[in-house]
Design a binder for this molecule. Structure first.
Ligand SMILES: Nc1ncnc2c1ncn2[C@H]1C[C@H](O)[C@@H](COP(=O)(O)OP(=O)(O)OP(=O)(O)O)O1
Ligand SMILES: [Mg+2]
Ligand SMILES: [Zn+2]
Length: 559
C-alpha cells in the first residue's frame, strides 16, 4: 500500500499520458494516484475524499486505461447526465441505463455489453437497475465471463448504509455485484463516511477486505463561522443580505434553508433587499429547477436559496460563500453542503446561523431517522462550541487525527482566540430541571419555548411563585438550555398526531445527579455581547414563601 504512489507500474505511462491528453489535467491531486494504482492492481477499495476533490477521476481514468468497460453505479440520473456530458466533451465513450432510458436505447446498450468491439469505456447505471433488471445482470454476467468487465465503481457508497446520511434502499441490494463478479475490483466512493458507516457498506457490498483510503477533510481554503440567531428579533435575513451586498458583491453563493416555504420567503426577502436570488427546492417542476441551476452556474443568478434538494452534482468551482440560514441536520450534512464553497481552492466562507428554535424544528423532522437526534446534537455542538477550532470538531467527527496548526485562523473560534468564559451553571440547571419536574408532576409536557418563557418569568404570577426565575437574557437562557440538552440533563420527548410531531423537553439521564450536593456543571459561553458577570451572579431568588395549591387546581392554569 505504501508503494502504491509509485509511477513505475506497467500502466503508469499510459495513466500519465491520458491524464494530460484526455482529461487535460496537469497533475494528480492528493490520493488520486494511490487510489488509481491500487484499483489498477485489482484491489477492492473504499475512497473517502471530501466533496469536489476529484473522486470521479479515480474510476474514469482507470476505465480509459483498461480493456473492456467499467460499471459505475450512481444514485441520481442528474449526476449520471452530468458525467456523460463531461465525458462526451473530452471524447470518452460512455453509455447509461436508467429509468428514463428509452426501450431502443436500453436494447442497444444491452447488446453492446457483450460486443467485444463496442467502444464504450464506462456504463453508468442507477442502483435499481442492478436490483431489478435480470436482463442487465445476465448481460453483465456474459461480459464478465468474456473478461470485459474491468472494474465496478459504486459512487456515493454511503447510500448503502442506514447509518449514513443519505440511505437509499436500492443500494442495499448491490451485494449481488461482488457475489456474481468476485474477480472484478470494486471501488466505493464517498465524501462523507465514518468508520462505522464504511464497515456497514463493506458488509452490504460483500467486499471481503477492502483497503480504505481517506483524504484529509481539512479544506484549508474554507473559513468557518457560526452566527447566533436571536429568537426575539430574527434579523438573519437582513444580516445575510448585507453580507451578500457588501462582502460578497458580485460573487456566487448558496443560502441553505430549512424548508420549501423558507426557500420561497427568504429568497423573496433577499430579492426585496436588492439581491439577485432565486429559490430552489424539490417541489419545483424539473424545468424550473434546471433553469435556476443553469442561470446560477452561468452567473446570471448570484444566489440560490435552496433546500438540501440543491445538492449532489453541484459542481461550480467559484462558489465564494455557503450560508446556512438554518443549521443542518448533522455534521456530515453540514460538511457536505458547506463544502460546495471554494472548489477552485480559493478562499471561501461557510457561515451558519444558529437559532434555538431551529434545533427543534429539525428535531421533529429527523425523529423517525435512525440516530437522527444524536446526529442533530453533533451539529448543535458544532454551533454551540466556543473553545474548539471548528475544523477540529469536524475532523474528530470524521475520525481524523487533528492538530490545531491546520486551521491557520480560518475559523471564527481560532480567529477570536479566547473570547469565551467558563461559567458555573449548576444552579441554573437545578432551576430548569425544577421547572420541567414541576410540569411533569402536573402531567404536563413543556415545549422548549415554554421552558424558556417559564424560566424567564413570563406567564402567570402563580407559576412564577413556584419556580426560580432568571433575569438572564433570552440568548443566555437558550444557550444554557441547549447546553443542558447536549450534556444530558435534559432530553427530547415527542408526541405524534397524524398531522404533526410535537417536541417537548423532559429530564435527561443525568438530571438525578443534580440532587448530589457536590455535583457541578459548567459551560463555555461567548464573551461577545455578554456581560461576563451577569451569567454567574445575577440570579433572581424568589424568597416569598407560598403554599402549593392542590394538584387539580394547578393543572393547566400555570403553563
Ligand atoms: N487532478 C486534478 N486537478 C485539477 N482538477 C481536478 C483534478 N481531479 C479532479 N479535478 C476537478 C474536476 C471536477 O471539476 C472537480 C470535482 O471532481 P469530482 O470528481 O466531481 O468530485 P467528487 O466526486 O470528489 O465530489 P462529490 O463528492 O461532490 O461528488 O475537480
Ligand atoms: Mg462525485
Ligand atoms: Zn480553527
Amino acid at each position: 500500500e505504501n508503494t502504491s504512489n509509485r509511477s513505475n507500474f506497467s500502466w503508469s505511462t499510459e495513466l500519465e499520458q491520458n491524464l494530460k491528453d484526455v482529461f487535460q489535467l496537469s497533475k494528480f491531486r492528493p490520493l488520486q494516484l494511490k487510489a488509481i494504482n491500487l484499483s489498477m492492481s485489482g484491489k477492492d477499495l473504499f475512497l473517502v475524499m471530501p466533496t469536489g476533490r476529484g473522486k470521479s477521476l479515480c474510476y474514469q481514468l482507470p476505465a480509459v486505461c483498461s480493456e473492456g468497460f467499467t460499471l459505475v453505479v450512481t444514485p441520481l440520473v442528474s449526476l449520471m447526465e452530468d458525467q456523460l456530458m463531461y465525458l462526451k466533451s473530452i471524447d470518452v465513450e460512455a453509455v447509461s441505463l436508467n429509468a428514463s432510458s428509452s426501450k431502443e436505447h436500453a436494447k442497444m446498450v444491452l447488446a453492446e455489453l457483450t460486443d467485444s468491439k463496442a467502444p464504450f469505456k464506462l456504463l453508468y447505471v442507477t442502483p435499481e437497475k442492478i436490483a431489478k433488471s435480470k436482463l442487465l445482470m445476465s448481460r453483465l454476467e456474459k461480459a464478465y465471463n468474456a473478461g470485459r468487465l474491468s472494474r465496478i465503481a459504486v459512487d456515493e457508497v454511503h447510500c448503502c448504509s442506514q447509518w449514513g446520511h443519505d440511505f437509499r434502499p436500492d443500494y442495499k441490494l448491490l451485494g449481488i455485484l461482488k457475489r456474481q463478479f468476485p474477480k472484478v475490483p470494486l471501488l466505493g466512493l464517498t465524501a462523507t463516511a465514518t468508520g462505522s458507516v464504511l464497515k456497514d457498506c463493506q458488509k452490504i457490498l460483500c467486499v471481503p477486505e477492502p483497503i480504505t483510503l481517506t483524504a484529509s477533510f481539512n479544506r484549508t481554503n474554507l473559513y468557518y463561522e457560526v452566527r447566533l440567531k436571536d429568537s426575539n428579533s430574527d434579523d438573519s435575513v437582513s444580516d445575510i443580505s448585507a453580507l451578500i451586498k457588501e462582502r460578497y458583491k458580485d460573487q456566487s453563493g448558496i443560502v441553505y434553508v430549512f424548508s420549501q416555504k423558507d426557500a420561497e420567503t427568504v429568497s423573496a426577502d433577499l430579492q426585496k433587499k436588492g439581491v439577485n436570488a432565486s429559490p430552489y427546492h424539490a417541489n419545483m417542476n424539473p424545468e424550473d429547477k434546471s433553469q435556476v441551476h443553469r442561470k446560477w452556474a452561468t452567473n446570471k443568478i448570484q444566489v440560490v436559496v435552496a433546500t438540501v434538494a440543491f445538492g449532489m452534482g453541484i459542481d461550480k468551482a467559484d462558489v465564494r460563500f455557503v450560508i446556512h440560514h438554518t443549521i443542518s441536520k448533522s455534521i456530515e450534512n453540514y460538511y457536505q453542503e458547506s463544502g460546495r464553497a471554494g472548489r477552485d481552492d480559493k478562499p471561501a466562507d461557510c457561515i451558519v446561523y444558529f437559532g434555538f428554535n431551529d434545533i427543534f424544528r429539525i428535531s421533529t423532522m429527523v425523529v423517525m431517522e435512525n440516530v437522527g437526534q444524536q446526529k442533530l446534537l453533533t451539529m448543535v455542538d458544532y454551533c454551540q462550541n466556543v473553545d474548539r477550532c471548528r475544523r477540529s470538531v469536524i475532523a474528530v467527527h470524521f475520525d481524523e487525527v487533528w492538530d490545531d496548526e491546520g486551521c491557520n485562523e480560518m475559523c471564527d473560534v481560532c480567529r477570536h482566540g479566547n473570547d469565551y468564559i467558563t461559567v458555573d451553571i449548576t444552579q441554573h440547571a437545578k432551576d430548569v430541571v425544577q421547572i420541567v419536574e414541576l410540569a411533569g408532576s402536573l402531567d404536563e409536557k413543556l415545549t422548549p419555548l415554554k421552558v424558556t418563557e417559564a424560566w424567564m418569568g413570563k406567564g402567570p404570577a402563580k407559576r412564577r411563585k413556584m419556580i426560580q426565575t432568571t433575569t438572564l437574557s433570552r440568548l443566555e437562557v437558550e444557550a444554557i438550555i441547549t447546553s443542558l440538552l447536549l450534556q444530558g440533563y435534559l432530553s427530547e420527548d415527542f408526541s405524534f398526531t397524524p398531522y404533526t410531531t410535537y417536541f417537548y423537553l423532559k429530564l435527561g439521564g443525568k438530571a438525578p445527579l443534580l440532587k448530589n450536593q457536590s455535583h457541578s456543571i459548567t459551560m463555555k459561553m461567548r464573551r461577545t455581547g455578554l456581560d461576563a458577570n451577569t451569567v454567574s451572579t445575577t440570579q433572581q431568588t424568589v424568597q416569598e414563601s407560598f403554599s402549593v395549591p392542590g394538584k387539580d387546581q394547578r393543572r393547566k392554569e400555570i403553563w
